[in-house]
Design a protein around this ligand. Structure first.
Ligand code: FAD
Length: 385
């Protein structure tokens, strides 16, 4: 592929990184980055952390992108149609391309339960969502966060630090039990409690009344000033589906160069199900760093390079003042081996059929670094680790 005219759809890490990498790889011609977001490109992770707490401004994502790399950025104008060699936006503009990168990310899922779609019930994905959540937190005393994934846990801690009494409705016995195993879940539970967050374990949401009254199967009614749904995301594949691109497991299927089934069209970030040759299979990943890494591969591929996405996906979560680092293929394990340390740090090694497939660490950077190599080589960490 050697594009002469690149269109990038989406201003998250995958889109920004694709546009930048295209230029850095010598890609010529016009480059246009189109986004539905009204805010100039920004970093998403602080939206549940310091930005939500009002401790920091919105951190820009590559302020030099437009000027240094000669990229035209159009905000607040979603692409509505992907054609043969052009895209159409909501404003009616048509932009031709020889290569197009779809980096439309994912959007929060609201469970199909009574009241979950009430406008006062919040979700958290964009800067606008985070601003609205912070504004709503002023003047209320309590919040219910539904879901104990990383975004739910981070948002719950931030809201607690804003002075609210926060309860998490957690469907598993401990947070993220299915994803990270019971030992890691117990660490998370302890941290949430130490931050003053209450956790209703093994509890399912049944409905939300009037945007504020939460019914669960365990506690009949929780009345909260604020309800936040952190119940997972759905990749935004509408454009790709309508254009007939191959879609698998709810994501746009790509090869290791991030090329989709349609010549000239690539996909990167949360929206992609990309083949990773080091894993030997296609992976679905929802991490900031992977957005950047996949975007870079897509941009370089569009510029005609032989770039390949073969990294072990890595994720960091900041829970109050504690940092968790997780590197994993992310598609399951059959054994989790926890190694707590006296200083409060820990490592959990994840294996499948005797091979290391993941590592979770807190204050054990050497294991995190080593883990990425062990995962890539598919060997087991030594028992003393
Ligand atoms: C609150 C929060 C905290 C997070 N914290 C962490 C963290 O600590 N660590 C971590 O690794 N990951 C974190 N993540 C996940 C990480 O942010 C995502 O994995 C990453 O942003 C995905 O990047 P992306 O570029 O694929 O998509 P996104 O960042 O979602 O960007 C998609 C872009 O596409 C645009 N778009 C969508 N549809 C259209 C359209 N039709 N036309 C034009 N534009 C469109 C959107 O407006 C947006 O700009 C967090 C996510 C959230 C929401």
């Amino acid at each position: 592929m050697d594009a002469e005219n690149l269109v990038v759809v989406g201003s998250g890490p995958a889109g920004v990184s694709a546009a930048r990498a295209y230029r850095e790889a010598g890609g010529t011609g016009p480059v246009r980055l189109l986004t539905a977001d009204p805010d100039p490109p920004y970093e998403r992770p602080p939206l549940s952390k310091e930005f939500l707490r009002g401790e920091a401004d919105l951190p820009p994502l590559d302020e030099e992108l437009a000027e240094k790399h000669d990229i035209t950025i159009t905000l607040d104008d979603p692409v509505t149609e992907l054609g043969e060699d052009s895209v159409r936006t909501a404003s009616g503009a048509v932009h031709p391309f020889t290569a197009c990168v779809l980096a439309t990310g994912a959007e929060p899922v609201r469970p199909d339960l009574p009241g979950a779609d009430h406008p006062d019930v919040r979700t958290l994905r964009s800067a606008a969502d985070s601003r609205a959540l912070r504004a709503a937190a002023h003047g209320v005393r309590s919040a219910v966060v539904v879901g104990a994934g990383f975004i739910g846990c981070e948002a719950a801690i931030s809201l607690t630090r804003l002075g609210l009494q926060v309860t998490i409705v957690c469907p598993d016995d401990v947070p993220q039990e299915k994803r990270l195993g019971p030992d890691a879940g117990r660490f998370l539970l302890r941290w949430l409690k130490s931050e003053g967050v209450s956790v209703l374990r093994g509890t399912k949401l049944l409905s939300v009344e009037s945007g504020h009254r939460v019914r669960t199967d365990l506690v009949p009614v929780l009345d909260a000033g604020l309800v936040v749904l952190a119940t997972g995301v759905r990749p935004r594949i509408g454009l790709a589906e309508a254009a007939g691109l191959a879609v698998e497991r709810g994501r746009i299927r790509t090869d290791e160069h991030l090329r989709t089934s349609k010549p000239g069209v690539l996909a990167a970030g949360d929206v992609a199900l990309a083949y990773n040759p080091a894993a030997g299979r296609a992976l679905a990943v929802e991490h900031w760093g992977e957005g950047l890494a996949m975007g870079e591969v897509a941009g370089r591929t569009a510029a005609g390079e032989e770039a390949v996405w073969d990294e072990v996906p890595g994720f960091w979560s900041v829970l109050g003042d504690r940092v968790l680092k997780y590197a994993a293929w992310g598609d399951g394990f059959d054994r989790a081996r926890p190694f707590p340390r006296d200083d409060g740090g820990f490592t959990v090694w994840y294996e499948r059929e005797g091979r290391t497939v993941g590592v979770l660490t807190h204050e054990a950077d050497e294991d995190y670094e080593r883990g990425q190599d062990l995962i890539k080589r598919g060997v087991t960490a030594s028992p003393s680790s």
